[in-house]
Design a binder for this molecule. Structure first.
Ligand code: NAD
Length: 330
């Protein structure tokens, strides 16, 4: 089977692509390579903006996966207009051309951030979504647009992931567990802005396994699925990261607890993904920290701007003008 992954050179794609190659799939990646190229040599590389993809370009693929866009709140808030183009219009355009090219399945990288601020209840996929910030609104718009194209011949799956954490060859240190790990090890201090806020967290191993399950699911399976390894309060995540660093690396870590308000607070049920996709996560926060410790020699240039999406975005704007990101990285 031949698969095209848009945004496949990013944090998630750089772990997913080797897994798919290992399973015998032919994988091409279309990407602007804002964060470089850390993909295996066997990957087919298409250095393009999604908006430059035509129907003819997609005719040889059975499945298309969307992993592109501006992938966190700070990026979305830095340029809300570019955010809505990259996160709402791009997945819709790609799904539209994929359907015209008779691609059989389209998988969309959604986010639990669509749930906004909830009242400490476990949310399944039928619960109302209520984000009022650019990233959450645009991820929902992208999801609604691609789900609207679903029919008997075009099988669409949307994976609403919690915050993904763990090691990737294209590393990010702006994701909750990864940030706490860096701060605990480098600064010997983990700052927790609000210990009572809930977040679903998903290890990069579990997250990429969810994509494998979606790719390999029967074409009759479609719909929206919450994906998480577990729900944690931010305070508990801080305790688990501190404990792991102290036990495994012998360094004392101080915790600084603040009580700042947050606009996101949610915990999700993954029962539907377990029952329909056979997605069974098995990497909790302890396992994520173990995975970071095992790979930490590879990202100790802690201040590399590529590890912080907002820093790279600011550099892209500075180097290419403030109006458009299209084609940046070509
Ligand atoms: N990382 C998380 O915690 C998380 C959680 C939930 C959802 N998601 C979603 O999953 C997806 C992947 O996340 P990630 O952390 O791997 O992101 P990332 O920022 O590491 O990678 C995004 C990639 O997309 C490419 N890209 C962006 N716009 C493009 C365009 N128009 N044309 C071609 N390439 C383009 C970039 O060059 C980059 O390589 C994103 O859509 C994100 O919103 C991520």
């Amino acid at each position: 089977m031949k698969i095209l992954i848009a945004g496949g050179a990013g944090y998630l794609g750089s772990v997913l692509v080797p897994k798919l190659l290992e399973r015998g799939y032919e994988v091409d990646v279309v990407d602007l390579f804002w964060f470089g190229n850390h993909l295996p040599e066997q990957t087919g590389i298409i250095h393009k903006d999604i908006f430059d993809i035509s129907v003819e370009d997609l005719e040889s693929y059975q499945q298309v996966i969307f992993l592109a866009g501006l992938s966190n709140d700070p990026m979305a808030e830095y340029s809300p207009s570019q955010n809505f183009i990259f996160n709402a219009a791009a997945p819709a355009y790609l799904a539209y051309v994929a359907k015209k090219a008779s691609v059989k399945r389209y998988i969309y990288a959604s986010s639990c951030s669509v749930y906004g601020y909830t009242d400490n209840e476990l949310f399944d996929e039928t619960r109302p979504v209520s984000s009022s910030y650019p990233y959450g609104i645009s991820k929902l718009q992208g999801e609604q647009a691609v789900m609207n194209l679903l029919d008997d011949k075009f099988s669409v799956i949307s994976l609403r992931k919690g915050t993904v954490c763990g090691y990737s060859p294209r590393m990010r240190l702006d994701l909750i567990v990864n940030t706490m790990f860096k701060n605990g090890l480098h600064n010997r201090d983990i700052t927790i802005n609000n210990p009572s806020i809930w977040r679903p967290i998903v290890s990069i191993e579990d997250a990429t396994n969810a994509y494998v399950r979606a790719i390999e699911a029967s074409e009759r399976i479609t719909g929206i699925f919450n994906i998480a390894s577990g729900n944690y309060t931010v305070g508990e995540v801080g305790d688990l990261v501190k404990m792991a660093i102290e036990e495994q690396l012998g360094a004392h870590v101080h915790l600084t607890i603040n009580h700042k308000s947050d606009f996101r607070n949610y915990k999700v049920s993954i029962e539907k993904a377990e029952n329909v996709l056979s997605f069974h996560p098995n990497h909790d926060v302890k396992a994520i920290v173990k995975n970071l410790i095992e790979n930490m020699d590879k990202f100790q240039d802690w201040d590399n701007p590529q590890y912080y999406n907002i820093e790279t975005l600011k550099l892209l704007f500075a180097n290419h003008g403030l109006h458009s990101l299209a084609g940046v990285g070509r």
